[in-house]
Design a protein around this ligand. Structure first.
Ligand SMILES: [Zn+2]
Length: 333
């Protein structure tokens, strides 16, 4: 049936309206051609509709994706700016840390200098000879930095600074350990110096400091012959207090015609001090005495021409000049 329909021919007539003068137009079309024409026509309609729907959906999807993308872009932008801010803050922290390292370095330098100075104090002889070693690198003082061109830094520069700062902190740790050890030694030296000071006859044995006869050769006041005077004669009044000049032990507290009432005190390191012509002794043999303690009263007993103290310092049994020892005043003076 269908095949027959395809084989048929169809005639289309175009009749002009109300115009008998014009002839009727006739079109004869083959059935197959009509079928192909309508098939293509409907196919085009269907394709157009599909394209329209697809385009509509695609536009919607695009719009959604665009919105999503915009949101993500904003989020990304915020994240990036947040990261940038964090990086800047971290960079500033690195700079602050490097400044702190320099500050600590400077302080440690000062502490090292102080430690050296304290060490020298425990050994006064070397004070003048030894130059105090300055501390290590002194930090640059940026507190007065008020202006000038400020150049932005690169990430590489900050990384280098962070690296250097880390190295500086490590070095500081080592320096502090060394300084700690040095200060331990200083502490021992100070303790030793204090102990040495206690047992050294560094103070005056009487309040007056009027030496009537010094250490050395002189004319004997009794015989007028040249003699060697083995100590100091210090003038004073009867019963003036006589002080022991260093910590020690009383070796003897006796009387004899030559020295009168006299006291010998042993310190250490072979040092002894001798106090003669006392009006009265206040200590006995074996007594432990401390520097500045009153041990007797000034007098004129024994071979003496008037109230005075004969004060003598002996080192390993030999009388030495007391003067170099007299470097400090008594506590109460
Ligand atoms: Zn004398």
């Amino acid at each position: 049936m269908k095949l027959k329909w395809f084989k048929k021919k169809f005639t289309f007539m175009v009749i002009p309206d109300n115009d008998p003068s014009r002839s009727v137009l006739r079109f004869r079309v083959h059935g197959l051609l009509l079928y192909v024409f309508f098939s293509i026509f409907f196919a085009l309609i269907v394709i157009s509709m599909i394209l329209y729907i697809v385009h509509g959906k695609s536009s919607l999807l695009n719009s959604i994706l665009a919105k999503k993308l915009t949101g993500q872009e904003q989020e990304y932008s915020q994240t990036v700016s947040s990261k940038d801010l964090t990086i800047e803050q971290l960079q500033n922290k690195v700079i602050q840390l490097s400044e702190q390292a320099a500050e600590i370095q400077s302080r440690i330098g000062e502490m090292q200098k102080l430690d050296e100075e304290v060490k020298l104090l425990t050994n006064p002889d070397k004070t003048a000879k030894k130059q105090v070693k300055a501390g290590t690198e002194v930090a640059q003082d940026s507190s007065n930095d008020k202006g000038g061109p400020m150049l932005s830094v690169t990430n590489e520069e900050i990384l280098q600074l962070a690296d250097n700062t880390q190295k500086n902190f490590k070095a500081l740790g080592t320096e502090m350990t060394t300084l700690f050890g040095s200060m331990e030694q200083t502490k021992k030296k100070v303790i030793n110096a204090i102990e040495l000071l206690k047992i050294s006859p560094t103070i005056w044995p009487v309040t007056t400091r009027h030496i009537t006869s010094g250490f050395g050769f002189r004319e004997d006041p009794f015989t007028y012959r040249p003699t060697f005077h083995s100590g100091f004669d210090i003038a004073g009044s009867f019963d003036d207090p006589v002080y022991v000049t260093a910590d020690g032990t009383v070796i003897s507290s006796d009387y004899d015609k030559l020295h009168g009432n006299n006291i010998v005190v042993s310190h250490s390191k072979g040092l002894r001090t001798w106090y003669m012509h006392l009006n009265k002794s206040l200590v006995s043999e074996g007594d432990h005495v401390t520097k500045g303690q009153q041990i007797g009263l000034l007098g004129s007993t024994g071979r003496s021409t008037g109230p005075h103290l004969h004060y003598e310092v002996k080192k390993d049994g030999v009388s030495v000049d007391p003067e170099p020892y007299l470097i400090t005043a008594r506590k109460e003076e």
